[in-house]
Design a protein around this ligand. Structure first.
Ligand SMILES: *[C@@H]1O[C@H](CO)[C@@H](O)[C@H](O)[C@H]1NC(C)=O
Ligand SMILES: *[C@@H]1O[C@H](CO)[C@@H](O)[C@H](O)[C@H]1NC(C)=O
Length: 220
């Protein structure tokens, strides 16, 4: 092989290496996390412009305000409590697979809680309290493996409390007070130590599940 042939071969090798690096680099994943968050931005109304720094043309969302990433540039926190947001959540949030804290309390977000949030295997805290969410608590939340705090109080959630939740062994705090839930609530598993107050002000909620006795959830 002549000198020019060798140069050409090296150039091709370098080119392939660059393509491979681009495909494997963390920023390639983080972009999809940026896309998921940008979908959320588009679906919210933001009168205080707290989402102004959410620029989808940046290589990842880690420099955006209210976002925290780990050392691999994967999103671990979304902190948007008390931000005057309204609008809806998006199913794309279920793609933030390293997310640990989803803090959206004290806004005016409406619509349903996306089923896809159940895919967040690393989520520690799901704080959606004091919003305007309606529809059911998704039973998919029972798939979570790390959840400790589930605060859904102060919304318009309806339907039964999914029994799947009592199998989330990490759960320590559940608050579903001030909603429109019905039926009975679980008393076993992770629900064993949840105080009664955390179920109050659900006019159609009948009380604790009495294992072994008849007629559950007659009011649902
Ligand atoms: C934020 O919401 C509060 C109460 O909901 C309201 O009084 C205030 O004007 C809002 N601020 C902005 C900037 O929209
Ligand atoms: C709450 O959401 C409902 C729709 O589910 C809407 O009609 C209502 O205006 C919202 N309430 C507030 C205070 O924005």
């Amino acid at each position: 092989m002549g000198i020019s042939g060798e140069v050409a071969a090296r150039t091709i090798t370098l080119g392939l290496a660059a393509v491979t690096l681009t495909l494997l680099s963390p920023s390639a994943w983080s972009n999809s996390e940026g896309d998921a968050l940008y979908a959320l931005r588009r679906s919210l109304s933001d009168p205080k412009n707290v989402l102004l720094s959410w620029d989808p043309t940046l290589v990842n969302p880690c420099t955006w305000f209210h976002i925290t990433c780990n050392q691999e540039n994967r999103v671990t926190r979304l902190d948007l409590g008390n931000s005057n947001l309204s609008g809806h959540l998006v199913p794309d949030l279920g793609k933030l697979e390293h997310l640990q804290y989803l803090e959206l309390y004290k806004n005016n977000i409406q619509g349903t809680i996306p089923t896809e949030l159940g895919n967040l295997k690393n989520l520690i805290s799901l704080d959606l309290y004091n919003n305007n969410f309606s529809g059911p608590i998704p039973s998919s939340l029972g798939k979570m493996k790390s959840l400790v705090f589930l605060r859904l109080n102060g919304n318009k959630l309806s339907g039964r409390i999914p029994r799947e939740l009592s199998g989330v062994s990490t759960l320590k705090v559940v608050d579903v007070s001030n909603n429109d839930l019905c039926g009975t609530f679980p008393t076993s598993g992770s629900f064993e130590h949840i105080p009664l107050n955390n179920f109050e002000n659900n006019p159609r909620l009948e009380g604790p599940e009495l294992l072994g006795l008849a007629s559950y959830d007659t009011n649902c």
